[in-house]
Design a protein around this ligand. Structure first.
Ligand SMILES: Cc1ncc(COP(=O)(O)O)c(C=O)c1O
Length: 381
């Protein structure tokens, strides 16, 4: 049987069937060495020299993610260091277009680089393709950066349409697909040039490491430059984290499916709750991005949603404090459910409503999650 024809779920569960070469162990060995001996002819063995350029466990993990995404992957020690490398690899003065609502630290980085004159930067309203087209400066814009579903309101951008707009202007499209891992969305197959994940989230799924991964289509001009930036900055993912990430990836499909099922049940339940003004979840027909999400998230809508609450100022924060099953922490995509008062965490002045709660629904029994939020709403009424 040809392994490359196996389904992505099988490839993930078996970690590409990477048995340990020496022992036959069904789990790949973990290598943490910083340097690699040359062979008798003073040639590199397996291409490894020094771990800042790459090492065996990290490479194995890249091969697994690359197989799921349909491209070549590079792992970084955080999501941020991965996206920083993309911006660093652009020609000096390049113009970048990104959403006005996306992961806020990425936005801070773009604004900072623009303020220093390293790049030009324009933003557009998330999900709005006409606004994207208007923000592009043909010939000058080198990178279009979308995030779908987008942090905050989980707006959906049509990746294929965004790719056409970017390419027509001579730009590349990077898609932050952190909330939609490859078991549900493959940005490269839809025309994106780079698929990006904070692997800290769904890809790992256990909230026990930080990592970022870029996967590029074949022949991307700036790919070698991105790899060089990673080597200069020393932001490659170390072996132990890569090993943990391989373990997380093996259960990606079942974790994401369970989180998606839980989230849909949860969203439907609270959509008609009197204390809830709006449930922002791309799996609900009431969400503006529902039709596109159905097309490009065929493996589930994921566990991310936001709720807008009715009631007095301060209530949302009190609800976050009153939960006993949801954990009051930032981040997303882990097996445990998290609740976050987003404005407190991301900061005021970012347009995040005071009454917004961001939820990362995990894989627990959904009835426990529903009961927990219900009691918190009751106690803060
Ligand atoms: C959508 C998204 N992109 C990027 C990042 C940055 O990733 P990291 O925290 O791994 O650096 C995050 C982190 O929360 C995120 O949610």
């Amino acid at each position: 049987m040809k392994r490359n024809t196996l389904s992505p779920q099988t490839k993930a569960a078996q970690a590409l069937h990477m048995l340990d070469r020496e022992s036959g162990a069904v789990v790949p060995a973990m290598h943490s060495a910083s340097t690699f001996a040359r062979d008798e002819s003073y040639e590199k063995r397996d291409g490894f020299v020094y771990s800042r350029y790459g090492s065996p466990t990290t490479t194995q993990c890249e091969q697994i993610i690359g197989a799921l995404e349909g491209g070549e992957s590079l792992l970084f020690n955080s999501g941020m260091s991965a996206t920083v490398a993309v911006v660093e690899a652009l020609p000096m003065g390049a113009h970048v277009v990104a959403q006005s609502m996306m992961y806020h630290v990425g936005l801070d980085w773009l604004n900072r680089q623009a303020a220093r004159g390293v790049i030009g930067f324009s933003s557009f309203e998330e999900g709005d393709l006409a606004a994207l087209e208007a923000a592009i400066q043909p010939g000058k814009t080198k990178l279009v950066w979308i995030e779908t579903p987008a942090n905050g309101n989980w707006a959906i951008t049509d990746i294929a349409a965004a790719a056409k707009i970017a390419h027509a202007a001579g730009a590349i499209l990077m898609c932050d697909s952190t909330a939609a891992p490859p078991c549900t969305t493959q940005p490269l197959a839809l025309g994106a040039d780079i698929s990006f994940h904070s692997a800290t989230k769904y890809l790992n799924g256990h909230s026990d490491l930080t990592a970022g991964v870029l996967t590029a289509r074949q022949g991307l001009d700036i790919w070698d430059e991105i790899r060089s930036v990673r080597s200069f900055q020393g932001t490659v993912l170390p072996g132990f984290e890569a090993w943990l990430l391989i373990r997380g990836l093996r259960t990606l499909f079942v974790r994401y499916k369970q989180a998606s099922e839980n989230a849909l049940t949860f969203a439907r339940h609270f959509e008609s709750h009197p204390a809830v003004a709006q449930v922002m979840y791309p799996g609900l027909p009431s969400h503006a991005g529902f039709e596109v999400a159905k097309q490009q998230m065929q493996g589930g809508f994921g566990g991310m949603m936001s709720l807008l609450l009715n009631g007095a100022e301060g209530r949302a924060l009190n609800v976050a404090k009153a939960c006993q099953v949801f954990i009051p922490a930032t981040s997303l995509g882990g097996v445990e459910s998290l609740i976050e008062h987003r404005r407190t965490v991301a900061g005021a002045g970012r347009g995040i409503p005071e009454n917004l709660l961001r939820l990362s629904i995990g894989i627990e029994a959904v009835d426990d999650l529903i009961a927990d939020l219900a009691q918190a709403l009751e106690r803060t009424a």
